[in-house]
Design a protein around this ligand. Structure first.
Ligand code: F1P
Length: 297
């Protein structure tokens, strides 16, 4: 059987990340300088990319970095620079925001689509055409943006890229049989947890939830039971594996770089789609870019 476009794009991630790392230095002037007060924004997957980068930048000591869904962006707040992420560059809320910020603050857009509408609206544009996708569901576009941004913060991604290759062949065991997943993360991996949850909802219509890891015991654990999975991106809080084990649910994590763990979640999404007889290239009710005919309230 021919691979879905989604599966082909998932497999290309190590190569795409290497390309993103390679071009990162050429965009240093467009990206936030250390000390700048920055906000990062996008919709859907791109919002979760924003969350991951915001946390990484602050942790790296480079300055205040907030993340917002573009529809909730506080336009009256002062930022030195706003980083906008949009694969398509045509998402309505993103374009509305860029128009509202024009002349008020420096904006930089990260997009995969050459000649997309953000190009005329943002002050700087970083294009990742090699990471664009035929699929509606985003995989390599999002992880390549994160790879670029991590590299821009001075991170060496050699091990992460090697881990992504491992994630492409790692057995999924009986994970695709589970009826529910809750994804957890700490710091920058909270964005990855939200993205993994969205991926499974989009590509295979599975019930997923996602939280900061330390929030899990404040209620969400109540749904844990056998045949459900609690999946932690990165470092798990002490005692959490044991708490999950007591519920009968499966606790899952591994030692791969958290971005490579997301690649594994991508493969899980296509495996579940296959089990359910769904085509991951045709997620229901979704379009590649959300273009609204109405304006924001
Ligand atoms: C953002 C987005 C995706 C979602 C769907 C619709 O697109 O909301 O996250 O999966 O494809 O569009 P973009 O602004 O990054 O192009």
């Amino acid at each position: 059987m021919a691979l879905s476009a989604t599966a082909v794009e998932i497999e290309s991630q190590p190569d795409c990340w290497a390309q993103a790392v390679e071009i990162a230095p050429t965009h240093a002037a467009a990206l936030p300088a250390p000390g700048e007060r920055v906000a990062v924004t996008g919709c859907g997957t791109s919002w979760f990319v924003a969350m991951a980068y915001a946390s990484l930048r602050e942790k790296a000591g480079q300055g205040v970095t907030d993340a917002f869904a573009s529809s909730e962006f506080p336009v009256d707040r002062d930022y030195d620079r706003v980083v906008v992420i949009s694969r398509s560059g045509t998402t309505t809320e993103v374009l509305d925001l860029l128009a509202a910020l024009k002349g008020r603050t420096t904006t930089v857009a990260i997009t995969c689509t050459l000649e997309s509408k953000v190009v005329g609206l943002a002050d700087h544009v970083i294009e990742l055409p090699f990471a664009d996708e035929d699929s509606v569901v985003q995989t390599r576009s999002a992880t390549s943006a994160i790879a670029l941004l991590r590299a821009s913060l001075g991170e060496d991604l050699t091990a992460a890229i090697a881990d992504a290759k491992t994630a492409l062949t790692e057995p999924l065991g009986n994970l695709p049989e589970a009826e529910q997943f809750t994804f957890l993360g700490l710091g920058w991996t909270i964005g990855l947890a939200h993205e993994a949850g969205l991926k499974l909802r989009e590509a295979c219509q599975l019930w997923t939830e996602s939280y900061p890891s330390m929030e899990y015991r404040h209620g969400p654990i109540a749904i844990a039971e056998p045949n459900r999975v609690t999946w932690v991106f990165g470092q798990a809080p002490e005692g959490l594996a044991e708490d999950v084990a007591r519920t009968g649910a499966t606790f899952f994590t591994n030692d791969l770089d958290p971005l490579a763990q997301l690649v594994l979640a991508h493969r899980l999404a296509t495996a579940v789609a296959e089990r359910k007889g769904l085509d991951p290239d045709r997620p229901r009710h979704l379009t590649r870019s959300v273009i609204l005919s109405t304006t924001n309230p």
